[in-house]
Design a protein around this ligand. Structure first.
Ligand SMILES: [Zn+2]
Length: 67
């Protein structure tokens, strides 16, 4: 299942879920973190800073992949 989410509901996202930006298709994989925004590997999406945005265009809109 894929659903369109935003940061206000990110606590509902599973720790291992990969996130894909709904605008520019950048993927955030918790297993890899995000070097561009200094996110350590193993950081779940729910653990990202409040002001985190996708690293390409800094979009606030993302898609959830997985359960
Ligand atoms: Zn984006």
């Amino acid at each position: 299942m894929t659903s369109f989410e935003n940061f206000s509901v990110r606590k509902d996202i599973a720790d291992g879920a990969r996130m894909e930006c709904g605008i520019c298709w950048i993927v955030y994989d918790p297993a890899e973190g995000d070097e561009a925004t200094q996110i350590a590997a193993g950081t779940p999406f729910a653990g990202l800073p409040e002001n985190w945005r996708c690293r390409k265009l800094r979009c606030a809109q993302i898609e959830v992949h997985g359960d």
